[in-house]
Design a protein around this ligand. Structure first.
Ligand SMILES: C[S@@+](CC[C@H](N)C(=O)[O-])C[C@H]1O[C@@H](n2cnc3c(N)ncnc32)[C@H](O)[C@@H]1O
Length: 395
């Protein structure tokens, strides 16, 4: 019964979404359940709208500024982009808009947000407006003092793609010691912290080492991200993109690690085809909201100049965050993403998991296959179909 631990909520046409503190999660509930908790009926309940009223989470790329220069960076981050970007006032205005729309979480990323002198002021502002700020950082600038300031974040994830020399191999820079120190300081400061690991061809066989390390550092979660061919990632995709065999064995491997280490091992939405290939129970998956691409629906991105995108990896739409109230529900917004399910081609169209998977990562499909409407080329089911087709045509 989440009633007592609800820290925020919002109405939706189906009922509402509750943000609970213990455990920290978003719970989708129907109208009767809202009533049972004492919430009054909402005018939204008279509507049969299938579109959610706003994203639940927004990924804000505060700036492209970053001195690290990781070789596969999807954001193409550089030490000085020379491009026009929102300043603190611009981002505060964006937070006002997200707060009005009752967005629950904003993930602050970049670039390296800790290089911005106003990061903590912005985070405190978002908090005060009821939007929980989370942070992804390389950790290089975390010291004793600002580790304590990091308590403003709901969650801080430090990016670590490998230990010691493997970190350098994956990211192309030396940074493991600094990231490792950041984890130590965040723990000492009693922050909620975890690590982000980009899973690539280079570190796939050594993920267990990273999980063991993360547990020893006391993280509360590991988020596994699939390596994407975006930004500079495109230039090293042949070397770092996962192989067919790795994509097939990803889910059983993560299940094994979950059981062995008892850690909260999360995976990003682009890994859904690799999960659904192993036919998990669809009712359970639906109940726990294990689902594929919700870009432009549950999720939205904001670029450094204020233009919005369906997710952090997608290109910009033709409108700005200031236009959110009038453009969010427009049928032209995020149409490539929102309309994908209805345009699904074979073999996705007749796949039993279509409604859960929603075709995997459309950004990967667009970069690799030239169209977001293709199914995800990293989907083992699609690869299997492809192999069968090729095999038949050679007979
Ligand atoms: C672009 S970084 C920005 C935040 C910060 N500078 C950092 O290093 O964590 C955000 C997250 O995206 C991940 N990332 C970078 N390039 C990627 C790619 N090509 N595919 C998937 N994830 C990537 C990073 O490892 C990091 O966890």
């Amino acid at each position: 019964m989440p009633g007592k631990s609800v820290i925020a909520y919002r109405y939706e046409s189906f009922g509402g979404i509750l943000h609970t503190q213990k455990p920290p999660m978003l719970v989708w509930v129907d109208r009767d359940y809202m009533r049972s908790l004492g919430y009054a009926d909402s005018p939204l309940w008279d509507e049969a709208d299938s579109l959610i009223s706003a994203p639940v989470e927004v990924h804000a790329m505060l700036s492209r500024r970053c001195s690290a220069g990781c070789r596969g960076c999807y954001a193409d981050a550089v030490s000085d982009s020379g491009q026009k970007e929102l300043d603190l006032e611009g981002w505060k205005k964006a937070m006002d808009i997200l707060a009005e729309a009752r967005v629950f979480h904003v993930a602050l990323g970049g670039g390296e947000s800790m290089e911005l002198p106003w990061l903590f002021e912005l985070a405190a502002y978002a908090r005060a407006r009821g939007v929980v700020p989370n942070l992804t950082t390389n950790g290089f600038l975390v010291d004793e003092h600002n580790a304590r300031s990091c308590r403003v974040f709901g969650q801080i994830n430090v990016s670590i793609d490998g230990l010691k020399e493997q970190y350098r191999q994956c990211r192309g820079i030396d940074g493991f010691e600094r990231a490792d120190r950041a984890l130590t300081l965040l723990k000492k400061a009693r922050c909620r912290f975890g690590i982000n690991t980009v899973v690539s061809r280079l570190n796939f066989d050594r993920l267990e080492e990273i999980v063991r390390y993360a547990r020893a550092k006391g993280v509360n979660q590991i988020e596994l991200l699939r390596f994407k061919p975006s930004g500079r990632g495109q230039t090293v995709f042949d070397e770092m993109g996962l192989t067919g065999e790795q994509l097939r064995s990803f889910y059983p491997m993560t299940q094994k690690l979950r059981k062995k280490y008892g850690l909260n091992l999360r995976v990003d939405c682009s890994f859904m085809p690799q999960i659904f290939f192993h036919k998990p129970n669809p009712q359970r998956a639906s109940f726990f909201r294990v689902a594929g691409c919700h870009a432009g629906q549950l999720l939205m991105g904001i670029m450094p100049d204020g233009r919005v995108s369906a997710c952090s990896f997608a290109g910009a739409e033709d409108w700005n965050i200031n236009e959110f109230p009038s453009r969010w529900a427009s049928k032209d917004s995020f149409s490539l993403f929102r309309g994908w399910r209805d345009r699904a081609q074979e073999p996705c169209r007749t796949c039993n998991y279509l409604d859960l998977c929603l075709g995997g990562c459309h950004v990967v499909a667009e970069t690799v296959c030239g169209s977001p409407d293709s199914g995800d080329p990293g989907c083992p089911y699609i690869m299997q179909n492809e192999e069968r087709r090729n095999c038949c045509s050679c007979v």
